[in-house]
Design a protein around this ligand. Structure first.
Ligand code: SAH
Ligand code: SF4
Ligand code: F3S
Length: 460
């Protein structure tokens, strides 16, 4: 019997990957995805704990889902199982259970391969009471990756592939080491097999994922330890896999062989998200980032030598405890010097259990807001300039998905810019509705226009 499954994904790409894999785990039980939570037998909120806003959103969403559940019961007596997964579940599972009696199930990012068992327990408990109380937020000794089923469907020609999880770096602001657990690298052959299966299903581009993906050090069957650069070189040999990206990297793990790979491996795309968080050495130290701005500049110089057209991206936090006006100006100077293709910036959000949250030098909200606005202005300006510089160039773009208008498709440039393309020319007299059959192909695209967040192009 098919049952409907609704999953809402919050947070980072790793959660997007996990959502896809939870879908794979549940498919053999007859679960099919729906976009409408009101229609679902099973609702999973795959949550993010990184900033307070993201975490709070979950509680208001649970409230909305509860109303839908009650309506279903009233309308036709159909039950709904409500599950909270992901990083909020890991960090606050017991509290969710206490505050939200409507939640049947809480599971962490490392236990979702056990979903079938958990659902069985839920069904068992529901024979006796209306809401079940099943919780599994272990960090199991077994790896979930050894227990996930083969993927049977893909969601497009570009796919995520988790290769590394967890973090041992303990930046003083960050919850990830607590929510995802210790650093772990998947074995090399397991990743190769997954990549091959994805290619068989139509994938031509993979983004290798990890909280610290460049700390990857998997073992191979031959017993060697393999670096991220070596893994990329091995994946580059898979026929049909045309593009490789990876995210997120830490400056401390940016090894020479990885920098060199950017100049040597053609399928490795000229884009790197390399967060620095702050341009002030004092703040970097207080954050426990364990590197200086000089080290960062040095990496960037070498990357640009290896691959002159590489597009760089970063994350920034403003208003970290103790950040002075001068520290913030250092961040502005760094951004001004590096010239990013894109970047993300956030107000510091104190997170429970992290060392920075109890520092006495918390920065005023109004100051944070002012700094964020200034930094975002600068970043937006750089991004717009970067996009404008693409106008007139011809780029190879992967046609990934329908765009807003009929006859248009959206994809990404090698540099990660979103590109909206008029593909009617490529249709060869076929009716316009068939334009989606072009998805998965590469096209040579002349860039004709640029906005702050995307490019427009025409096929050549
Ligand atoms: N592993 C990555 C980052 C993962 S979290 C790295 O080391 O760079 C993604 C981004 O969220 C971080 O880069 C940081 O900019 C932001 N972030 C993390 N914790 C935060 C907090 N407490 N407040 C505000 N932003 C935060
Ligand atoms: Fe968080 Fe730092 Fe680990 Fe990145 S490196 S996940 S910011 S603790
Ligand atoms: Fe959020 Fe967890 Fe990712 S806290 S950013 S979903 S690792």
């Amino acid at each position: 019997m098919t049952q409907k499954l609704y999953i809402k994904t919050y947070g980072c790409q790793m959660n997007v990957y996990d959502t896809k894999r939870m879908t794979d785990v549940l498919a053999p039980l007859g679960f099919e995805r729906t976009e409408d939570p009101a229609d679902a037998h099973l609702v999973i909120l795959n949550t993010c704990h990184i900033r307070e806003k993201a975490a709070e959103k979950v509680y208001s969403d649970i409230g909305r889902i509860r109303l839908m559940k009650e309506k279903r019961l009233e309308n036709n007596g159909d039950d709904m199982v409500i599950a909270v997964a992901g990083c909020v579940a890991q960090a606050e599972g017991a509290e969710i259970m206490r505050r939200q009696p409507v939640v049947d199930m809480v599971l962490g990012p490392q236990t979702y391969h056990r979903l079938p068992d958990m659902l069985e327990k839920v069904a068992e408990q529901k024979k006796e009471r209306r809401t079940a109380r099943v919780m599994d937020t272990d960090f199991p000794t077994e790896s979930k990756f050894d227990h996930l089923p083969e993927e049977k469907v893909v969601e497009g020609p570009a796919s995520f592939l988790s290769v590394q999880e967890g973090c041992d770096k303990f930046c003083t602001f960050c919850v990830v080491p607590y929510t995802r657990g210790a650093e772990f690298s998947r074995p090399v052959e397991q990743i190769e097999e997954e990549a091959r299966r994805l290619v068989e299903l139509g994938v031509v581009e993979v983004t290798l994922l990890g909280q610290n993906v460049n700390a990857y050090h998997g073992t191979s069957k031959a017993g060697n330890t393999v670096s991220l650069a070596e893994l990329i070189a091995r994946l580059d040999k898979i026929e049909g896999l045309e593009r490789i990206r990876y995210t997120t990297s830490h400056p401390r793990d940016m090894q020479d062989d990885l920098i060199d790979a950017h100049g040597e491996i053609a399928s490795l795309m000229p884009y790197l998200h390399l967060p620095i968080q702050s341009g002030s050495n004092a703040i970097l130290e207080a954050m426990n980032r364990k590197h200086t701005t000089d080290r960062y500049y040095d990496i960037i110089e070498r990357l640009r030598k290896a691959r002159p057209d590489i597009s760089l991206s970063s994350d920034f936090i403003v208003g970290f405890p103790g950040e002075t006006d001068a520290d913030f100006e250092d961040t502005m100077t760094l951004v001004d010097t590096v010239k990013y293709g894109s970047a993300y910036s956030f107000k510091y959000s104190p997170r429970p259990g992290t060392p920075a949250s109890v520092m006495e030098t918390q920065v005023d909200e109004a100051v944070k807001a002012e700094r964020l606005a200034r930094l975002q202005d600068l970043i937006n300006q750089q991004q717009f300039d970067y996009n404008k510089a693409a106008v007139g160039q011809t780029m190879r773009v992967l046609l990934e998905r329908p765009s807003r208008d009929v006859g248009f498709l959206a994809g990404r440039s090698p540099y990660m810019q979103a590109v909206h393309m008029d593909v009617r020319k490529m249709l060869d007299g076929k009716p316009e509705e068939e334009y989606t059959s072009l998805i998965g192909q590469f096209a040579e695209v002349k860039i004709t226009g640029a906005g702050p967040n995307s490019l427009q192009g025409e096929l050549v």
